[in-house]
Every structure is written in C-alpha cells, then in structure tokens.
Design a protein around this ligand. Structure first.
Ligand code: UDP
Length: 238
C-alpha cells in the first residue's frame, strides 16, 4: 500500500527494492513509468489534476526529496528513506548495460543528452544508447514515434515537472519502451553541465541548500518547501 502525502501515494521502498522492481518492470511486457516527486511536485499535484493523475498513475512513485521523508514523519506514516531519482536512474542504467537493454535519453538543452550519452557509455561499458533528443520540442507524438523507431527498452525523460510526468502518462505506451523514468535535472548531471551537491551536503540532507546557493533564481521554486510543510502540518491537525 502507498503512503499518502497530500494526495500523492509514495511507494515505501528502499533503493535496493526500487531497483529490483525497476528491473522487473523493464523485463515485463507493456510500458511502465517511474516518477520521483519532491515537495515542489507534490505542491504542483495539489493544484493540477492532470499532473496529480500522471504522478499517481506511475508504476513506481519514489520519495526523492528529504522534505517528503519529513512530511511522512510528521504524518506518522514514516517512509523507510529517500530514494534519489538520480541514484535510481544510475542503478537502472547499470542494469541495462548488464542485461543488454538499450536506453533512450530525452531532455535538457540541445547537445546535453549527446554529452550524457558519451559519459554514460564510458562509465558503463557495453551500454547501448538507442538515441537522444533535447527537451525543447513542440509536439510530443513525433518524439514518441522517434523513440519507438529507435527500439529502446528504457527511456530517461528529463523535461522538468510536470511536463515529464504528463509525457510518460500519455505517450509511454507509444514509445514502445518497457520502462520510462522522469528524472528532472539528472540529464544535466550525467552530461557534466551541472554538478550534484558534494557529499557533505548530501549526507546532511542539505542538497536543496547547495542547489539554492549555486542557482539563487530557484528561490521562488524553493519557497514551495515551507508551503509543503505548512500543508502537511494542516493535514496532521485534521
Ligand atoms: N527541460 C526540458 N524541456 C523543457 C523544460 C525543461 O528539457 O521544456 C529540462 C531542463 O533543461 C533541465 C530539466 O528539464 O535539464 C529540469 O531541470 P530542473 O532542475 O527543473 O529539475 P529538477 O531536478 O529540479 O526536478
């Protein structure tokens, strides 16, 4: 059963369990997708019914941010921990390389997915990249058709939220992939155009703070975190 935080149901899984489930989905018939909501996405889902349906319709809903873990704790439904999307994505790419499954990289600015493909092939020998496309396209259907034509087994969909969740919910089947995952800014990190927070920040659950000092224009988006905690406290009182 999922843990409901302000209308978004989270799978209460460890990283190892999430990866095992991801592998199962990758190797089964049909299209499946994974989302990795943080407090900002939960707030978006509260205001946007289509985003809410796309997020809750995923086969795996992973608690990406520490804010989600705190929220669950406040609501007395503790989650077993964080499952950061980038780490889940890396683990699944490693599995694709091992299982001989091919990967399509969709998203980020022009040139970024190609650079990510080069870096990932060097990091995971034997990895097959079926194709790449930037995330600034006008129509979704031709992109889904392009992914299908590439024959990819798995797709990284890094378009930002809720665009990536809506794309996967509507076009997942049309891509022919068995597993799609919405991973936000991860393509930039795989390409090396953005850096993950140093270990100190990750260890102390301050990754959000590192991202803020690196990119102060995120302040507006980050204000959704205190808002999320206010809403969680309100829910607890109810
Ligand atoms: N992006 C995209 N198409 C769009 C809007 C955004 O491909 O129409 C990309 C953007 O270039 C970035 C990623 O989506 O690589 C979103 O990054 P963000 O930092 O917002 O994601 P987060 O990890 O915070 O969810």
């Amino acid at each position: 059963m999922r843990i409901n935080i302000l209308g978004v149901g989270f799978d209460n899984v460890t990283m190892d369990e999430a990866l095992a489930r991801g592998e199962e989905l990758l190797c089964s018939e049909g299209a499946h997708y994974v989302v990795t909501p943080n407090p900002e996405i939960v707030e978006t889902c509260r205001a946007d019914a289509a985003a809410n349906a796309a997020v809750n319709g995923a086969d795996l809903v992973l608690p990406d941010g520490i804010g989600i873990v705190y929220g669950a704790k406040i609501l007395h439904q503790p989650l077993r921990g964080r499952v950061p999307g980038i780490e889940f994505g890396t683990g699944m790419i490693e599995r694709c390389a091992r299982l001989g499954k091919s990967v399509y990289l969709l998203g980020a600015k022009p040139g970024v997915a190609e650079q990510a493909a080069e870096n990932l092939k060097n990091r995971f020998p034997g990895l097959v990249i079926a194709g790449t496309h930037d995330g600034y396209f006008k129509e979704d259907a031709p992109i889904a058709a392009e992914i299908k034509a590439s024959g990819a087994d798995m797709a990284l969909v890094c378009l930002g939220a809720p665009k990536q969740e809506l794309f996967m919910a509507k076009y997942g089947e049309a891509t022919g992939c068995h597993l799609l995952m919405g991973l936000g800014g991860s393509m930039d990190i795989f390409a090396g155009v953005a850096q993950r927070a140093p270990e100190f920040y990750c260890k102390h659950n301050l990754e959000w703070f590192y991202r803020l000092i690196k990119n102060p224009s995120r302040i507006g988006r980050m204000m959704k975190l205190p808002l999320f905690l206010v809403h969680v406290s309100g829910e607890k009182r109810k």
